[in-house]
Design a protein around this ligand. Structure first.
Ligand SMILES: Cc1cc2nc3c(=O)[nH]c(=O)nc-3n(C[C@H](O)[C@H](O)[C@H](O)COP(=O)(O)O)c2cc1C
Length: 330
């Protein structure tokens, strides 16, 4: 049996990928994930805001001299606690790319197509095999139309993809009028892969303290349903790799995403919940599931339950929807 998989044109020894999280900030953890069977690892994101902030500070320094550095710092609002600064980040990319045998994917997280995208070139020079571009913003301005939001995504993707020669995957959320069409637009803008889906930041309100709570919950298996649907819709019908992210906790969850058509299956919450060794549990479980059915690798099941295998997908989804509503409790 061979778990080998192609993702973004890269050869992976397994379809299991450790997605962006604070765990992947440490080289030792990345090495352990490799030993536990990960096919690739994604570093935590470097944020546009941080790159821009560092650039602005540098400009201030050049313009006004080193003596005004302290003053320059105070021009900026209190800094958010970012995972690392750009030099720590590039050092990690360089070291990890050298010391790991599996592809290292660096993550960039941005919302505009200008200025900061040059940093993608630094990531490429540091040795990353690919970039995962996470575009995340809440379009809270009522004057901003859906079309403008979509154009912004495409502009950012095309700015980053034209800056580098390594493949770029785009991590998106599900909230487009037509996610499948949007996926095509991102591929036309240069994306070689889509990572589905970003979990949206969803604040809560504490009625006791009258404050907005912004804590991050680990995912649950039921959250797999939405990415399963859209990966199933896109598999075999789009010229890009598909990565599933959200909700994986057991090897069966990995199998489900492969059946829907994912090229790779990512996990973060399960590793935070059970420890890095859980990568091996998933890997062994996938191996057992395939070998117990006499299958020689993930390619034997990939996309077998995708829309590409159905004659009339729209009618099929509509029929299932009606069946689910009318069959409840029957
Ligand atoms: C603590 C934490 C930190 C994360 N940091 C990042 C990040 O820096 N960049 C990013 O694109 N996604 C980040 N994510 C999202 C994960 O990569 C992943 O897409 C998401 O958690 C869904 O996958 P899961 O269900 O396997 O957790 C983070 C998730 C968690 C829980």
């Amino acid at each position: 049996m061979d778990l080998g998989t192609k993702y973004l044109g890269l050869d992976l020894k397994s379809p299991l990928v450790a997605s962006a999280s604070p765990l992947n900030r440490h080289l030792d953890n990345l090495k352990q994930l490799q030993d536990y069977g990960a096919g690739a690892v994604v570093l935590p994101s470097m944020f546009e805001e941080q790159i821009v902030r560092e650039q602005e500070l540098l400009d201030q320094l050049i313009e006004h001299g080193a003596e005004s550095f302290g003053e320059a710092l105070s021009y900026f609002p209190a800094q958010t606690a970012y995972a690392f600064d750009t030099s720590d980040h590039l050092n990690l990319v360089e070291k990890a790319a050298k010391e790991l045998d599996i592809p290292l994917i660096a993550s960039l997280n941005g919302v505009t197509p200008s200025g900061w995208v040059d940093y993608a070139r630094d990531i490429e020079s540091a040795g990353a095999a690919a970039i995962e571009l996470n575009v995340f913003f809440v379009p809270s301005d009522p004057a901003l139309s859906g079309r403008e939001v979509e154009r912004r995504y495409s502009d950012i993707v095309s700015a980053v993809t034209s800056a580098v020669g390594i493949p770029v995957a785009v991590k998106i959320g599900p909230y487009f009028s037509s996610p499948a069409h949007m996926a095509g637009e991102l591929v036309a803008a240069g994306a070689k892969g889509l990572v589905m889906f970003n979990r949206f930041y969803e604040p809560d309100i504490d009625p006791m303290s009258l404050s907005v709570e912004t804590s991050l919950e680990l995912s649950h298996a039921y959250e797999m349903r939405l990415p399963l649907l859209w990966i199933g819709v896109l598999a075999g019908r789009i010229n890009a790799s598909l990565a599933a992210t959200t909700g994986v906790d057991r090897a069966e969850d990995v199998v489900k995403y492969l059946l829907a058509g994912a090229d790779v299956v990512m996990t973060t919450s399960s590793l935070l919940r059970h420890g890095l060794g859980h990568m091996e549990v998933l890997s062994d479980g996938l191996w057992d599931w395939l070998s117990s059915r006499g299958l020689d690798g993930p390619g034997a099941i990939r996309g077998t339950l995708s829309h590409a295998k159905i004659d009339n997908p729209e009618a099929y989804e509509r029929a299932n929807y009606i069946k689910v509503l009318q069959g409840f409790g029957a």
